[in-house]
Design a protein around this ligand. Structure first.
Ligand code: FAD
Length: 432
């Protein structure tokens, strides 16, 4: 049997192993001491801390769902949950919240509007409703005359200036930490909802909530969160942990890693490392473009917060830097053994503990700090040529039996299912 090395035991590397371990003798190298990469979780104060994000599973790809169902017993090990997301407004934008049936669970002084807010404009105060109606009439007249060039234009032209100013702008500026005019539109294509004016009006008349859409249900592990998913994917895999692969040498017959020979390598680490790890001439034409690739990190703060019914809470307020609270304690009862509710408060990029504490003190739901983790690479940012450049590099290396897939090799905004799908596509495309 030919020998295949995989770099990285995240979702991508573990999927590649599952797809190829009957055809190759596979060994995975992982720098951490556990599998999972971004989806790793820790047990803190008897409750589950997703060290990054909240990690729930859903997919629209039938082949990915079938792959998932071959490995996991969905009825036994997972819970199917409906998203219950909300946007918190803190400056009186919401009118008489207690009169709306959706506020029966109102938990604090903050006014929440169910996500997506463009379906719930009827909850905003009259001036904002009037301004939104004027926006819709304007958008209807000017629609499709030209394509938006950047994220700001995309949001303004699709949702109107009123919603842009009270929500989309402040929320997205906290996430992306940049002027939204600087985010090119080609990177976002296909990733964002684009409701028509008629749809927004219909959804407002009928109070259509997010969970009225089929794809807004998700699967979540009964016990152990996404660490369970990673551990199960890694079952029976040959994984060498605590091994940072810093050099992959080319040999006459294939590749050498840590003194061991392999016929084939699948790299599921970070493309930013590839020029150092792989010192071969085929990489050189791509080195400059790889160097230019931009990204964001995430500071995830594990907290105890006031009980509430939500899964995700989006925070456009400029009083603090955090952009969302993921109420992981609500995802499964086994996640939360606190008196109140376990949750992750998310900040873009590095935030010091002092800054975290100062920010938490200004936030709703009385978050009490427990611990935090900073992850350097979380959100890859593409520019106009990124996809073509990476695809060229992958083709150039495929001829050498060196393949690449993953969120940070493809530099794509993949969810877990998309990472699994990309791994499948790579295996099929190159006939590995
Ligand atoms: C904040 C946030 C929230 C998210 N929420 C969701 C969600 O709810 N649902 C969802 O489906 N997806 C979600 N995602 C996306 C999901 O995390 C990714 O799609 C998935 O984890 C990517 O897996 P990967 O294997 O490609 O990369 P990674 O998870 O980064 O795995 C790469 C692995 O390779 C290892 N590695 C790298 N280089 C080396 C080296 N040189 N030597 C040895 N080991 C190496 C790393 O240690 C790591 O374990 C979220 C992402 C973020 C950032």
């Amino acid at each position: 049997m030919k020998k295949l090395a995989i770099i990285g035991a995240g979702v991508s590397g573990l999927t590649v192993n599952r797809l190829l371990s009957d055809r190759y003798s596979v060994k995975i190298f992982e720098r951490e001491s556990v599998p999972g990469g971004l989806i790793r979780c820790k047990n803190v104060e008897n409750s589950l801390f997703h060290i990054c994000g909240g990690h729930v599973f859903n997919t629209k790809r039938q082949d990915v769902m079938s792959f998932f169902e071959q490995i996991f017993n969905l009825d036994k090990d997972f819970i199917k949950t409906e998203r219950n997301s909300t946007v918190f407004f803190e400056n009186g934008e919401v009118i008489h919240p207690e009169k709306h049936s959706m506020f029966v669970h109102r938990t604090s002084w903050v006014d929440g509007v169910p996500y997506p807010i463009e379906n719930h404009v009827y909850m905003l105060k009259k001036e904002l409703q009037d301004a939104f109606i004027a926006d819709v009439l304007k958008m209807q007249r000017s629609h499709h005359r030209r394509l938006p060039k950047n994220f700001e234009e995309f949001l303004r032209w699709n949702f109107g200036s009123t919603l842009y100013n009270i929500y989309f702008k402040p929320y997205n500026e906290k996430i992306w930490r940049t002027n939204l005019k600087k985010i090119p539109i080609d990177w976002l294509q296909g990733k964002l909802p684009m409701p028509s004016c008629a749809e927004m009006l219909y959804n407002n008349f009928n109070h259509i909530r997010e969970n009225d859409f089929v794809h807004d249900k998700f699967w979540y592990e009964r016990e152990g969160g996404s660490q369970y998913l990673a551990d199960k994917l890694a079952e029976n895999a040959d994984i060498q942990y605590n091994t940072d692969v810093s050099l992959i040498e080319r040999t006459k017959k294939g590749w050498k890693i840590n003194g061991e020979d392999f016929d084939v390598v699948v790299f599921c680490g970070n493309i930013k490392d590839i020029c150092n790890v792989l010192k071969i001439k085929e990489i050189e034409p791509f080195a400059n473009d790889i160097e230019q690739l931009d990204w964001h990190g995430t500071t995830s703060v594990f907290c105890e917060i006031d009980r509430n019914p939500y899964s995700w809470i989006y925070l456009p307020s400029d009083k603090y830097l955090a952009h969302r609270i993921i109420c992981t304690g609500n995802f499964s009862s086994t996640n939360n053994r606190m008196k109140r509710l376990s949750a992750t408060v998310e900040f873009t990029d590095y935030v010091s503990q002092d800054e975290i504490l100062a920010n938490l003190s200004r936030m709703p739901l009385n978050p009490h700090y427990i611990t935090h983790e900073y992850t350097k690479y979380t959100y890859p940012i593409q520019s106009g040529n990124t996809r073509a450049m990476i695809s060229g590099l992958k083709d150039a290396l495929a001829g050498l039996n060196f393949y690449m897939t993953g969120r940070f090799t493809d530099w794509e905004y993949y969810n877990m299912d998309a990472a699994m799908g990309a791994a499948k596509d790579m295996v099929e495309r190159y006939g590995i």
